[in-house]
Ligand binder design. Sequence first.
Ligand SMILES: [Fe+2]
Ligand SMILES: [Fe+2]
Length: 182
Amino acid sequence: MSAPATGSFLETIETIRKRARKHMEKGAVTEGYQAPLDTVLRLLNEALATEIVCVLRYKRHYYMADGLNAGPVAAEFLQHANEEMGHADEIALRITQLQGAPNFNPSGITDRSHAEYVEGTTLVDMIREDLVAERIAIESYGEIIRWLGDKDPTTRRMMEGILAVEEEHADDLLSLLAGLNT
Ligand SMILES: [Fe+2]
Ligand SMILES: [Fe+2]
């Protein structure tokens, strides 16, 4: 795409300057914000619920990991739990920047989450369930990223960063399964 001609760009700047003084209470959300805000906030709250469910599931697995091979696996569960918590924080912060309210209400959290909370009994069960949850997050976050397109680059970049970590998590879990000769 070529840059706008100087004249029209200056006119645009004049309009942008005027608009920026209106609705200052909306902070970072300007009239030029191009995504449907309600939908973005709903999707981000679903992603937030997904991350919280993942924190809880990984914590449960960390404390329940038992047996000969449990040490390194439990360490991985704990690391993933902490990283999912970091994702939840990033998403909650972005929701507030977009003038929304992060939903931390425990009631309904599993309904809002894309991934499920499955306890699993054996170490292998736990790893498999975590891998399934990561693969769900990878697909649903990919959908969100493609849907955002260039309408909200900041939210898209954040989700891209999170997606990359979920892909690492899935790969870690696959390696753990391979190490346990399943
Ligand atoms: Fe995550
Ligand atoms: Fe993850």
